[in-house]
Design a binder for this molecule. Structure first.
Ligand code: ACO
Length: 339
């Protein structure tokens, strides 16, 4: 029978279940320290794409057995020549051409949609770390992609945190942040801050180092933030935010967010942290992060680990993370392919 690649219909529960099981097997094999693969998040991703993004999913069968999947995201409001991809092949079915067949299917879809480049994040080892089987980089190179941005994943062992040090860092940050007040929220952004959050989130991709990635600033407004919140609700994600309000103008000028998947109480992802360029140098980044750690622990007492990705050359953010106790665990590279 060989390899067959067919678009995945989000309404086809059997196919969605098959794709979920592939994703879970891949993550358990390749990223064993990750939190368990979340079914609700996966189904939410398939059925409720983020606003402004068109999704295409395809499932590959090898001799009739579900063996791999490809997910393409095609931005509609900005980056209309770009796309992002995720490709997963079940560990039992690797090195038999499934990855390449999915890749070729993806190329056809992207070319028909007029896209000129595609980017994918591929996990790899930290330089100098003990070797671990890491087929992603070999595959990405084999299909002609180029490494465009190196990221580091760092983890905070929450149970081993140095609370006295954190208290001292927080006091120091508060002293440097006179004229700003802290606000906290869970889930949806309060209406008075949603336009400021949209402004900050829109800067996120271009303010952080982007290496050789060709990715434009994203067009994000308050409606798009609300749409993102609805999509996160559909995934069952719990999220916690801290912002800093500039008292003279009433504007929210710094924001940091942590999220937990529906199926875990022990693990959180550090999402965006951003300070408006006009308000940098007041320790607002550190302040927001430490305040948000306290915030999340008040609701999530079982939290043991927080993971964060940073561009390897984002010295400022990494310095803040190291002060908080984050330590590097592995790497991830954004590979870009020109079509
Ligand atoms: N070591 C060396 N080269 C490799 C390896 C490996 N372990 N795996 C794939 N390749 C290269 C080879 O050149 C191979 O051609 P060959 O077998 O003729 O030598 C070529 O990639 C194509 O291999 P496939 O058999 O088509 O790939 P497979 O079905 O095994 O899937 C994949 C590869 C997707 C990387 C799989 O190992 C996987 O799911 N890994 C975890 C997820 C991941 O890293 N995904 C990112 C991939 S890049 C992206 O997303 C666009």
């Amino acid at each position: 029978m060989g390899i067959a690649v067919i678009p995945l219909d989000p309404a086809d529960q059997t196919a969605v279940d098959e794709a979920y099981r592939i994703g879970a097997a891949v993550e358990a094999a390749d990223l064993p320290d990750f939190p368990p693969y979340c079914r609700r998040r996966f189904e939410g991703m398939v059925r409720h794409p983020m606003p402004g993004i068109a999704a295409h999913w395809a499932l590959a069968r090898l001799d009739g057995e579900p063996a791999g999947w490809l997910r393409l995201f095609l931005p509609q409001l900005d980056n209309t020549e770009n796309a992002s991809a995720e490709l997963r092949v079940h560990p039992e079915y690797r090195r038999r051409g499934v990855g390449r067949a999915l890749h070729e299917h993806g190329l056809r879809v992207l070319r028909e949609a007029g896209r000129k480049r595609v980017v994918a994040s591929v996990a790899d080892n930290l330089p100098g770390a003990p070797e671990r089987e890491s087929p992603g980089p070999a595959f990405a190179a084999a299909v002609g992609a180029h490494p465009a941005l190196a990221d580091v994943r760092s983890r905070l062992d929450v149970t081993a945190r140095d609370q006295r040090r954190l208290d001292a860092l927080l006091a120091d940050a508060r002293a440097a942040a006179a004229g700003y007040r802290i606000v906290r929220w869970r889930q949806h952004t309060p209406e008075e801050y949603v336009a400021d959050v949209a402004y900050l989130e829109g800067r996120m991709v271009t303010d952080a180092p982007t290496g050789d990635l060709q990715w434009e600033q994203e067009q994000i407004d308050a409606d798009r933030i609300r749409g993102t919140e609805r999509a996160l609700d559909a995934r069952g994600v719990r999220h916690y935010s801290v912002g800093a309000v500039h008292e003279a103008s009433g504007r929210l000028v710094a924001w940091s967010m942590l999220s937990l998947a529906a199926n875990t109480t022990w693990h959180a992802w550090q999402q965006s942290t951003i300070v408006d360029p006009e308000h940098r140098g007041h320790r607002l980044g550190r302040l927001a992060k430490i305040e948000n750690l306290e915030h999340v622990l008040a609701y999530e007492p079982g939290l043991r680990a927080i993971d964060t990705y940073n561009a390897a050359d984002n010295a400022h953010m990494i310095a803040i993370n190291e002060q908080l106790g984050f330590r590097p665990v592995d790497g991830s590279t954004d590979w870009q392919l020109t079509l």
